[in-house]
Write a protein that binds this ligand. Structure first.
Ligand SMILES: [Zn+2]
Length: 261
């Protein structure tokens, strides 16, 4: 199915999920941090590619993770719980945040905070529509001055970019000293080396090798951390998922909190 058709059908599909959730999936096991919906399970999401299963990819692959009512994913809920309960960005203090390829529910929460200067950017992929608070932005060439953001959020973007190290360095450049970026990618802890070939253009081959037709790589965790450190980040790998299972997070998914000292 092409992207344009998928986007047209999406609202009807989401409505179907919502009704299904209300009728058949109510319970007490999980609570959605965005909409408060209480459920006994979560929507099955993620890619089915064999390579994701073989290397036990985290942040990809088949799993139960999304809210029946609002469809927020486990990845988006994880970002929100960290920013709300650990980084405490909603404490009323002044902050500046750059959000690349912004997640919808998370953006809605941040937009409510008038003390946060919030910039959202995306590359405007063909066939997708974007809210009016999102501006065109090329992560390889940010038209922004150095050292201006306290926080950068960039989740599941780098695997779509051939020159991911340039993108990492742009994030580093616009962060203030003592700021941090949360940079998430699909990765494997089993791989010793990132699976990557940026010359492959065939979507079917990319799907087979990297797990998704528009990905250039499947990261090995060790390589990923090394790449971030080479850029200059101090990398904090933190798991808050296990202690927050009531929100329906993936217990295997860590946060990569990249500090600029
Ligand atoms: Zn929800």
């Amino acid at each position: 199915m092409n992207v344009i058709l998928k986007e047209k059908i999406r609202p009807f599909y989401n409505f179907f999920l919502k009704v299904s959730g209300q009728l058949f999936h109510r319970g007490k096991k999980y609570i959605c941090p965005f909409c408060g919906f209480l459920s006994n399970d979560l929507i099955l999401i993620g890619g089915k590619a064999d390579v994701l299963k073989k290397y036990e990819a985290i942040g990809a692959g088949r799993r139960r993770g999304s809210c029946w009512n609002c469809q927020a994913s486990d990845k988006e809920k994880l970002l929100y719980i960290y920013l709300r309960d650990y980084a405490k960005i909603f404490d009323g203090s002044q902050k500046s945040i750059l959000h690349i390829a912004p997640e919808f529910h998370l953006s809605n929460q941040i937009l409510r905070c008038k003390n946060i200067t919030y910039t959202c950017g995306d590359l405007f992929a063909e066939g997708y529509t974007y809210p009016n608070y999102v501006q065109y932005m090329d992560l390889l060439d940010l038209q922004l001055t150095d050292n201006i953001y306290d926080i950068v959020i960039c989740a599941h973007v780098l695997e779509h970019i051939p020159d991911d190290k340039k993108a990492m360095s742009e994030i580093f450049r616009v962060l203030k000293p003592n700021g941090f970026a949360i940079i998430q990618v699909p990765l494997s802890k089993l791989l010793n080396k990132t699976l990557e070939d940026i010359t492959i253009q065939d979507p079917k081959i990319r799907y087979k090798l990297f797990g998704q037709k528009d990905h250039y790589r499947l990261y090995a965790q060790c390589d990923y951390i090394k790449n971030l450190k080479d850029i200059g980040f101090e990398v904090e790998v933190r798991n808050i998922s296990v202690e927050n299972m009531k929100y329906g997070l993936n217990p295997m998914e860590d946060l990569y909190i990249c500090h600029k000292k």
